[in-house]
Design a protein around this ligand. Sequence first.
Ligand SMILES: *[C@@H]1O[C@H](CO)[C@@H](O)[C@H](O)[C@H]1NC(C)=O
Ligand SMILES: *[C@@H]1O[C@H](CO)[C@@H](O)[C@H](O)[C@H]1NC(C)=O
Ligand SMILES: *[C@@H]1O[C@H](CO)[C@@H](O)[C@H](O)[C@H]1NC(C)=O
Ligand SMILES: *[C@@H]1O[C@H](CO)[C@@H](O)[C@H](O)[C@H]1NC(C)=O
Ligand SMILES: *[C@@H]1O[C@H](CO)[C@@H](O)[C@H](O)[C@H]1NC(C)=O
Ligand SMILES: *[C@@H]1O[C@H](CO)[C@@H](O)[C@H](O)[C@H]1NC(C)=O
Ligand SMILES: *[C@@H]1O[C@H](CO)[C@@H](O)[C@H](O)[C@H]1NC(C)=O
Length: 452
Amino acid sequence: MEPFTSVGFTLLGFLIAASSAQFETECYTANGEDYRGQQNQTCLQGGKPCLYWNETFQHPYNTVKYPNGEGGLGRHNYCRNPDGDVRPWCYIADHDDGVYWKYCDIPTCQMPGNLGCFRDSGDPPTLSGSSETSNKLTIQSCISFCRSRRYKLAGMESGYACFCGNDPDYRRQGEAVSTECNHVCFGDHTQPCGGDGRLIIFSTLVGACGGNYTAPTAVIYSPDFPDNYGSNRVCYWTIQVPGSSFLLFNFTFFDIRDATDIVELLDGYTNQVISRFDGRNHPQGLVNISADFAILYFYSDRNNQAQGFAVVYKALRKQDPSVVYLEEKNNQTEAESPSNTEKANLTLNAARSPQIFYVITSSPSKPTHNMPVWTIYALAALLTLTVIAMVAKVLLHLTVKSPRIPTISGSESCNQNASTEPWIIFYRPSTISFFKKKLKNRHGDLSPLVSH
Ligand SMILES: *[C@@H]1O[C@H](CO)[C@@H](O)[C@H](O)[C@H]1NC(C)=O
Ligand SMILES: *[C@@H]1O[C@H](CO)[C@@H](O)[C@H](O)[C@H]1NC(C)=O
Ligand SMILES: *[C@@H]1O[C@H](CO)[C@@H](O)[C@H](O)[C@H]1NC(C)=O
Ligand SMILES: *[C@@H]1O[C@H](CO)[C@@H](O)[C@H](O)[C@H]1NC(C)=O
Ligand SMILES: *[C@@H]1O[C@H](CO)[C@@H](O)[C@H](O)[C@H]1NC(C)=O
Ligand SMILES: *[C@@H]1O[C@H](CO)[C@@H](O)[C@H](O)[C@H]1NC(C)=O
Ligand SMILES: *[C@@H]1O[C@H](CO)[C@@H](O)[C@H](O)[C@H]1NC(C)=O
């Protein structure tokens, strides 16, 4: 198995392109902090209506406290992620159970390379390759683990478990709504790492240091994305699309703060630098390279790491710049790619859209959170629970995981018939959800113990 041949890259490059085009994604970050769309209820079907941010003065996030559109707040009731949570959310009218905010399941907010949230009974496992558990798990630590073992897919579950695979039928146990994959990663509480019996699956191309792209359009992320890029990284990607006349790049996300961390776009034939960006010089608008071959180069020094960038590229033909070059060179995308008709429609939609680009993105720095004393105790308790849960889960994973017993669905779920496994008794998502509900208040003026 040689998944990292250029064919593998072509294939996965197309998968990334397909998922972004399919959803016409409005998010390039893993947790949707860049979401600026207009969904105003927690799910499209049967969701709760969101409250207006200019009317939530009893809560920490409102337009009085953030009057300049920070975090995307404003005189509207759209889902947003102003506090570095794992997903956009909104306040809702209070209910009997004291729930006053909910995550939003937003189909159009899925970063390219995130293939979705899938059920995993463990019997058989949804991803059947290598696996590991870690109390420092992040999305990229799992992706790197799987990439180093030459897998194309990496899945995170319950916040600390990582599964690898090339299984083309990872959907066979069914897809779940995104909000069922809301466990925080134990190594980074701003990232979603699956749920109990729910696997969030990524392409291992996300955050790779280098690669060869031949697909007509794709998204390239900075190394280690969505984690901060490492120090002393030197990476380059080739983008060569035979038959195209020029390549357009749109940086949809750019978080580089150090003036000596550099992103460059070069003409692939002459090696001439067309554009150079760094912490002081951010990209504005598209970069147009008049060749069918470009090189993307990234260099970081030892200081001031940040999240990096996401860049969307599109290859176009000169004769008709409004038609995207979408001739498939190989047919190995059958499992994931849309049908030919859908491809044609995607092409047309893409051509109509002004969003023709190659984007490098990075995320802004996280706000620093000052933890009150009580959270230290809570964290200690959580850590203890976690250790117990990990031991319990490892034991139970081996013995009891196969039978699937429907139990109550999580309070964050849009889906009424969610089913979970027996070991959820020992380690319920609500442990963390409840904790996080409290945490929503931590930026507020009110004491979390008194408010609400
Ligand atoms: C949500 O937005 C749609 C269209 O923008 C509007 O028709 C609907 O009333 C809004 N719902 C709420 C709860 O604000
Ligand atoms: C909040 O914004 C909405 C939409 O602009 C507006 O209809 C509403 O009156 C505003 N509420 C307050 C309290 O200003
Ligand atoms: C990309 O192509 C070059 C030249 O063919 C090759 O040396 C390199 O290993 C390839 N990179 C990857 C990540 O496949
Ligand atoms: C990019 O450059 C090509 C060739 O120089 C030109 O035909 C095309 O119109 C340009 N596209 C954009 C969007 O600037
Ligand atoms: C590729 O797709 C075309 C059209 O769908 C088909 O005729 C051809 O046989 C396919 N080639 C391979 C190798 O699957
Ligand atoms: C493609 O678009 C046409 C017309 O807009 C529509 O009738 C057809 O159902 C679409 N096909 C798919 C697969 O979405
Ligand atoms: C680049 O992408 C962003 C995000 O999708 C989009 O809003 C913007 O219009 C694009 N820029 C251009 C010049 O197309």
